[in-house]
Design a protein around this ligand. Structure first.
Ligand code: ADP
Ligand code: MG
Length: 699
C-alpha cells in the first residue's frame, strides 16, 4: 500500500482523457468517442485492421492481366477523360518502386477533387486489358500525400486504422504516432511471463510498438497476437473460473445407474445407437450419477439423433424415482417427441405425459395432478412446463430441446423447478467445438458428430432459372411416387413481407397451374401459430404433397416421407441456414434431394458450392464463420457473450488452445488469482470484465 502512495501508478497517465492530447479538439474528441476511444489507453488499443491488405501488396511491375491485386503507389499524373459514350472517367497513373500502372474509375469524375498528384493510394481490384494494363479499383484508400509519416513505398508495412466520420485513418495514424513514444513506457505487462513465452508473443509495450509501427509484417502479426492472446486468455480464465464456481455451487442429485429401464430400452430399440450417441449418453450418465448438478449442452447436427439420448437421460431419472421434463419450442415438436417417446416406452410400461398450452382444462388438470404427485413421470411439452402454475413434486432432470429458441428466463425457470434438477440443453445449430467452448464455456459439451447408419446423404444440386421447368417435373415425379416436397423462400427478418408475398404468389401460381392436380399448401410467419401447426400436421400426415413456405418450417421436424427440398434465392441464406433446411429431408430410407434454384453471381455460386460439396454441418459452420462472421450463425448476439476486439476465435484457434491451457495452468496453481504475481492480471480482469463476471454467475 505504502509503496503505491510513494510511486503513483504509472498506468494512471494512460487514463488521461483524449481531449487533453495535443491534436485533439472538441470535434475530434467526438469522433474518437464514436470509436469507443476515451482515454490515451483506448487510443493505443485502437489497432490497425489492415495488415492483411498490406501483406498482399503486389509490385506494380509484376501485375498481369486477370490478376486481382492490391497495390500501393503514388499518383504521378491524373485527369478526367470523356469517352465517346459520354461517360466521364477518372484516371490516375500510380507508381511504386517497381513500375507504374494506370487506374481507371468510369463514371466517377468527382474523384478528381479527392485525389491529388503525389497522394499515396492503396488500390484493390482486377487488372484488365485496355490499351495495356489497367487496374479497375473495386476499393481504394487515399493514404494522403506521401511523406515521412506515411512512407510505405520503400516496402515498409502500412498501418491502416478503423476510421470514422470526422477522423480519417490517416489523421488517426498521425495522432497515434505523435504520442506513441511518450505513452508506450507507461504500459505494463500484466500477463505472467511464462504464459507469454508459452504463446510465443512479445510483452505489451513491445506488442503495441509492433502493431502501430511495424518494421515487418511478421512483427505486426506478433504484436497483434499478444493482444489477441490477452483477450482469449481472459475469456478462458473467466470461463474456467465460472465453471469451477458453478461446480461448487452446483450440488445436485446423485442418481444411481441402476441399468433397469435404460438397459431395457437399449435392448428394445429398433436400431443400434451410433458411437456418438453412446459416447454422449455415457457422458450424461457420468454427470447425473455424480454429486454435482449436470449442466451439459448436447450438440448435434439435424438428424443426428439427440432425442433418443435425452430419453436415456430421462429414464435414468425415472428409475431413480425422479421426474423428467423435456421442453420443446413448439407444440408440434412437443407432439413429435410425445409420439416418439410413447412408441419407444410402451414395451417398458411407461406412458409419457404431454403438457402444452392448448390442452383442454380437464386434461391439463389431470396432467397437473400427476406431476404434483411424486409419480416418476416423463413430461413432454412446451414452455407450459416452465410456467409458474406447473408444479413438479420431484423433478430430477430438465431437458431443453432447441435451446437457442428459448430465452434465458425460460431455461432458468425450468431449471428452478423441483430439487435442483440436472439440466441438459440440446441444439442443432452446429457450432465448431472450439467456438462452443468459447461461447458456452460454463457448460460441458457433448457432440453427436455421427449420423445414424443407413441414412443416405442428401443429393444436393444447383439449378439455374432455365432449369426451373425440369425441377418442377422432378418434384412432380417424386410426388407421383408418393413422396412430398418443400419449396422454401427466404425470409430476411420478421418485417420482411416481400418473402411472404413471393411465397404467396408462387403458391397461387403453382396451385392453380403446374401442380393443379397436387395438394399444395402455404406456410408463412404471418399465419396464426395454430394454423401453422395444423398445416405442418397435415404435411406430416401425408395430406399435403407440396409445401410452399418461408423459413418457418421447424428445425426439428421429422417427416421421413419428404424427399425434396427446393430452395429459392439460395443466395439470401447463410450456408448454415441452408444446411438446416436441407436437414428437413433425408430423414427416411428413400434418397432425398436438395435443389438450390435460381441464377446467382459467380461469387455466390462459389460460396454455394461449399454447401453442395459437403454434408458435414460443422465444416459448413466453419466456412460460414470464416465468410460471414459469428452474427449470422446465431441470428442474434447472445447476451453476456464476451466480445473480442482483436481476437478471432476461428482464425486464432491455435492461440486459443494455448490460452485455454495457460488459463488452466494458472488457475490450477492459484484458483483465485490472489498471489502477488497474479495480482496485476486479477486487477485487469476485475476492471474489464466485472459485468461479464456477473453474467457468468450460475444459480
Ligand atoms: P435430432 O438430433 O435432429 O433431434 P432426432 O432425434 O429427431 O434428430 O432423430 C432423427 C431420426 O433419426 C429419428 O427418426 C430417429 O428415430 C432416428 N434415429 C436416431 N438415432 C438413430 C440410430 N442410431 N439409428 C437409426 N435411426 C436413428
Ligand atoms: Mg430434435
Amino acid at each position: 500500500m505504502k509503496s503505491q502512495r510513494a510511486a503513483p501508478n504509472p498506468e494512471r497517465l494512460l487514463d488521461t482523457a483524449v481531449t487533453y492530447l495535443t491534436g485533439v479538439g472538441p470535434a475530434r474528441a467526438d469522433a474518437l468517442r464514436r470509436l469507443g476511444i476515451f482515454t490515451a489507453r483506448d487510443l493505443f488499443m485502437h489497432i490497425p485492421h489492415r495488415y492483411e491488405d498490406a501483406s498482399t501488396v503486389s509490385q506494380i511491375a509484376k501485375l498481369r492481366i486477370g490478376d486481382d491485386a492490391t497495390v500501393i503507389g503514388s499518383v504521378i499524373s491524373k485527369g478526367v477523360i470523356p469517352t465517346r459514350k459520354g461517360l466521364r472517367v477518372f484516371q490516375a497513373v500510380v507508381q511504386d518502386s517497381s513500375g507504374l500502372i494506370e487506374a481507371s474509375w468510369p463514371g466517377q469524375p468527382f474523384l478528381d477533387r479527392a485525389i491529388k498528384k503525389g497522394d499515396l493510394l492503396l488500390l484493390t481490384g482486377p487488372v484488365r486489358f485496355f490499351h495495356g494494363r489497367v487496374l479497375a479499383p473495386r476499393e481504394f484508400v487515399n493514404l494522403g500525400p506521401e511523406d515521412a509519416a506515411t512512407g510505405t513505398s520503400g516496402g515498409r508495412v502500412l498501418s491502416v486504422y478503423p476510421a470514422t466520420e470526422g477522423f480519417s485513418f490517416k489523421q488517426m495514424r498521425t495522432l497515434i504516432d505523435k504520442h506513441l513514444d511518450q505513452y508506450l513506457p507507461h504500459f505494463q505487462e500484466y500477463i505472467p511471463r511464462e504464459l507469454l513465452a508459452l504463446a510465443g508473443v512479445p510483452a505489451l509495450p513491445e506488442a503495441l510498438r509492433a502493431v502501430h509501427r511495424p518494421r515487418t509484417l511478421a512483427e505486426a502479426h506478433a504484436g497483434r497476437a499478444r493482444l489477441a492472446f490477452e483477450e482469449l486468455l481472459c475469456v478462458h480464465i473467466l470461463q474456467l473460473r465460472a465453471k469451477a464456481l458453478a461446480r461448487e455451487a452446483r450440488a445436485g442429485i446423485t442418481f444411481e445407474n441402476k441399468r433397469v429401464l435404460t438397459s431395457k430400452l437399449k435392448s428394445l430399440l429398433p436400431f443400434e445407437l451410433t458411437g456418438a450417441q453412446m459416447r454422449a449418453t455415457r457422458e450424461i450418465v457420468k454427470d447425473m450419477t455424480g454429486p454435482q448438478r449436470m449442466h451439459r449442452l448436447l450438440q448435434g447436427d439435424v438428424g443426428s439423433g439427440k432425442t433418443i439420448v435425452a430419453l436415456f437421460a430421462a429414464l435414468l431419472a425415472v428409475e431413480n424415482d425422479y421426474q423428467a421434463a423435456v421442453m420443446a419450442p413448439t407444440e408440434l415438436l412437443a407432439e413429435q417427441h410425445m409420439r416418439t417417446f410413447t412408441k419407444l416406452l410402451a414395451p417398458l410400461g411407461i406412458t409419457p405425459l404431454l403438457i402444452t398450452g392448448s390442452l383442454a382444462a380437464k386434461e391439463r388438470k389431470a396432467a397437473a395432478a400427476r406431476i404434483a404427485s411424486a409419480e416418476p413421470v416423463i413430461a413432454v411439452g412446451t414452455h407450459a412446463l416452465a410456467q409458474e402454475g406447473t408444479k413438479f413434486a420431484k423433478l430430477g432432470l430438465a431437458v431443453v430441446d432447441e435451446q437457442h429458441r428459448f430465452g434465458v428466463g425460460q431455461r432458468l425457470a425450468l431449471g428452478k423447478k423441483g430439487e435442483r434438477p440436472d439440466v441438459l440443453l440440446m441444439s442443432a445449430t452446429p457450432i465448431p467445438r472450439s467456438l462452443a467452448l468459447t461461447l458456452y464455456g460454463d457448460l460441458d459439451v457433448s457432440v453427436l458428430d455421427e449420423r445414424p447408419p443407413g441414412r443416405q446423404p442428401v443429393t444436393t444440386v444447383r439449378r439455374s432459372e432455365k432449369g426451373r421447368a425440369k425441377v418442377y417435373s422432378f418434384i412432380d415425379a417424386q410426388v407421383e411416387k408418393g413422396r412430398q416436397a418443400y419449396v422454401v423462400f427466404p425470409l430476411i427478418d420478421e418485417s420482411d413481407k416481400s418473402a411472404m408475398r413471393a411465397a404467396t404468389k408462387e403458391f397461387e401460381e403453382l396451385r392453380t397451374g403446374r401442380f393443379a392436380s397436387r395438394r399444395v399448401a402455404l406456410l408463412h410467419g404471418r399465419l396464426e401459430a395454430e394454423e401453422k401447426d395444423d398445416t405442418m400436421r397435415r404435411f406430416r400426415d401425408g395430406e399435403i404433397d407440396i409445401l410452399i413456405s418461408t423459413t418457418v418450417i421447424e428445425v426439428g421436424i421429422d417427416v421421413a416421407n419428404a424427399t425434396v427440398m427446393v430452395i429459392e434465392h439460395p443466395e439470401r441464406f447463410g450456408l448454415s441456414q441452408l444446411h438446416q433446411l436441407r436437414g428437413r429431408v433425408g430423414r427416411g430410407a428413400e434418397e432425398s434431394f436438395c435443389i438450390l434454384l435460381g441464377d446467382v453471381s459467380p461469387e455466390v455460386a462459389e460460396r454455394l458450392e461449399i454447401f453442395v460439396g459437403t454434408d458435414d454441418g460443422f465444416e459448413i459452420a466453419e466456412a460460414d464463420l470464416r465468410m460471414r462472421g459469428m452474427g449470422d450463425l446465431f441470428g442474434e448476439r447472445q447476451s453476456g457473450e464476451p466480445t473480442f476486439r482483436v481476437a478471432d476465435p476461428i482464425r486464432d484457434h491455435e492461440l486459443g488452445e494455448v490460452a485455454r491451457a495457460g488459463a488452466a495452468q494458472l488457475l490450477a496453481a492459484d484458483p483465485g488469482l490472489t498471489s502477488k504475481a497474479n495480482k496485476p492480471l486479477h486487477d485487469v480482469l476485475r476492471k474489464r470484465y466485472g459485468r461479464a463476471l456477473e453474467l457468468f454467475r450460475v444459480g
